[in-house]
Structures are given as C-alpha cells and as structure tokens.
Design a binder for this molecule. Sequence first.
Ligand code: RB5
Length: 142
Amino acid sequence: MKLVIAADHGGYDIKEKIKTALLEKGHDVEDLGTDNGTDSVDYPLFAKALCKEIQEGRAELGILCCGTGIGMSMVANKQKGIRAAVLSDEFSAEMTRRHNNANVLCLGGRVLSDERAVLLAELFVNTPFEGGRHQRRIDMME
Ligand code: RB5
C-alpha cells in the first residue's frame, strides 16, 4: 500500500518515528517533509500537499503530524474526498478505518509519546474498511 506522511515542526519527531516503523514493516512510505523540528513552518501547506497525493490517486492513505494534530485535521477535512481523523486512542484508530474509511490520520507530536504515535499509525494502516452500511453513510458526507 502506498502511504504518504508529512508534518510541521511540532510533528516532525513523531513523523520520523512513524516513517521508520512503517518502512521496517515493508510499507511504501513517501515523506513530504518537513525535514527538521527546529524551523517553524506552516502546517496548512503540508496538509494540502499530502491530500493532493491522495486526491490524485498517487497514495491510498496519509498521516499528518503537527503539535496537536488538530490544525492538520482542520485543513485536511476541507479538501474534497478527504476524511481525516485526529485521535489519540487505539479504539478510535481502528474504528475510523472500519466505519469512517478515514484516509488521513492526524496525530499530535506534543500530545503523544513516540511509542503511542507509532502504535496508532500501525493500527490505522493495518485496519480495513468494513463497507456495507458504512459506505452509505460515507456517501452522505460528500
Ligand atoms: C505549531 O506551533 C502548532 O500550532 C501546530 O503544530 C499545530 O499544533 C496546530 O494545530
């Protein structure tokens, strides 16, 4: 599965940890930046660039990291065809794939430990959408 990942300075550290873990598990992960955690950058630019990869079919799922995950999720959810979920627990990471068919996960580098961020990303990527009645509800979103 082709994955894309991006972060601002607040999410840079967990982006690196998540990317390393997913690559080690054999996933195809493209990193859209940022490339350090010290220079302040604008999260909407990274969120829009990542969503474009999904909208244009070059990636299936994306992971966006900022300080809280909130700003990234606000931008991502304004992009057509994007269903972004900001969360910090395992149940939500699984259910947003199973029921919402979320295609973007938003995580907060100032909220989560590295280990927790990796765990949530792996759950998100490895959980399938259930389809059925959930597809009908998703169709109602657009
Ligand atoms: C950057 O300081 C911070 O505002 C950003 O990473 C994010 O938390 C916004 O939602």
